[in-house]
Design a protein around this ligand. Structure first.
Ligand code: SF4
Length: 352
């Protein structure tokens, strides 16, 4: 590829040049990714979000990686839609421990008419606390997208998961086009897009390239790009999948950083299984967003204490996006995180 173009936001990525990025010697790739990262971000800042499952399990979709799918038998405790006040209580706690964005996820094919008023109250309540809001509720039509945007929703998460070619091996109950359509509706309604995928599902490097091309070549690149590492949950069809090579994971982060220079690249599911060294390398490769808190939807997430220690060891500061949250307050909040997390075992109580 033409290295002169490094760091430019482009929407015309082709397979051969993305493949060339994947084929680069690891150190060269990381050097370029870090260079691009520094052109757009403070390299020592990581954005911190908290994710709460507001409705857990019994999902009608058949995503083969997902313990929330009603198609598979897993140990997951199913929960109905959480009460609004309970969600807001968790959002307050997330703010106290330094999160600037509160993400709420529901295991739905798409929200029903009956659910929307509750979801809207949740958005409005979290916004009033001065936090950014994000939701992942499944597919959205134009009207639903508009309603959520009007309620104040900042981000909508809807992952592409993988390449269009590999997609049929993972999900049969919704199409790739359905996914792109939802993302399109979200954009039209004026919300920011959070969209990425999962590595370790049996896809090839070409599939990883294909997924990143889909994301980067959107008319507007997603503001947030979660790169997940498959969590092999017992009972799901992917439980026995081969372990992902950590170097391949880091390589994909670096390629994502180069292709989407202005997006936040997020370490999401699978972080629990990553060593500190692997996370450090991921930050060097251009990842600059994590989920913070005890659980990431339904799989374990490294405890706040570990995150806090790792940030300190690496000299990383949480990105300050929330105007109402002063630097000192945020620092103090993070320092207190260990204590508050230890005292409060209720952080991820998804009871109704
Ligand atoms: S990934 Fe989402 S849509 Fe797919 S089964 Fe899980 S909760 Fe449902």
């Amino acid at each position: 590829m033409n290295l002169q173009q490094l760091g430019q936001v482009r929407h015309d990525w082709e397979t051969a040049e993305v493949q060339a990025l994947f084929d680069m010697p690891f150190n060269d790739l990381l050097f370029h990714a870090q260079t691009v990262h520094r052109q757009n971000f403070d390299p020592n800042e990581v954005q911190v979000s908290t994710l709460l499952s507001i409705k857990t399990g019994a999902c009608p979709e058949d995503c083969k990686y997902c313990p929330q799918s009603g198609h598979y038998t897993t140990d997951l405790d199913k929960e109905k839609l959480m009460k609004v006040e309970k969600v807001l209580e968790q959002a307050r706690k997330a703010k106290e421990i330094g999160s600037t964005r509160f993400c709420m996820g529901a295991a739905w094919r798409s929200p029903t008419k009956k659910d929307m008023p509750y979801v809207i109250q949740m958005i409005q309540g979290v916004k009033e606390m001065g936090m950014e809001t994000c939701m992942t509720l499944g597919m959205l039509d134009e009207d639903q997208s508009q309603e959520l945007a009007e309620a104040g929703l900042d981000y909508y998460n809807h992952n592409l998961d993988t390449s269009p070619e590999f997609y049929g091996n993972i999900i049969t109950t919704r199409t790739y086009a359905d996914r792109l359509n939802t993302i399109d509706n979200v954009r039209k309604a004026g919300m920011k897009v959070c969209s990425g995928g999962i590595l370790g599902m049996g896809e090839t490097e070409l599939d990883r390239a294909g997924m990143l091309i889909q994301l980067a070549n959107m008319p507007q690149q997603p503001e947030s790009v979660p790169i997940n590492m498959l969590v092999r949950v017992e009972g799901t069809p992917f439980a026995e999948n081969e372990e992902l090579d950590p170097i391949d994971f880091i390589r994909t982060i670096a390629v994502a950083r180069i292709m989407m220079p202005e997006s936040h690249v997020r370490l999401s599911a699978g972080r629990e299984e990553m060593t500190d060294e692997m996370q450090a390398l991921a930050f060097f490769a251009g990842a600059n967003s994590i989920f913070y808190g005890e659980k990431l939807l339904t799989t374990a997430n490294p405890r706040a204490e570990n995150d806090q220690k790792l940030f300190e060891r690496l000299g990383i500061n949480p990105e300050r996006r929330c105007e109402k949250h002063s630097e000192e307050a945020q620092e103090a909040a993070l320092m207190n995180a260990v204590e508050s997390q230890q005292q409060d075992k209720m952080f991820y109580d998804a009871s109704v």
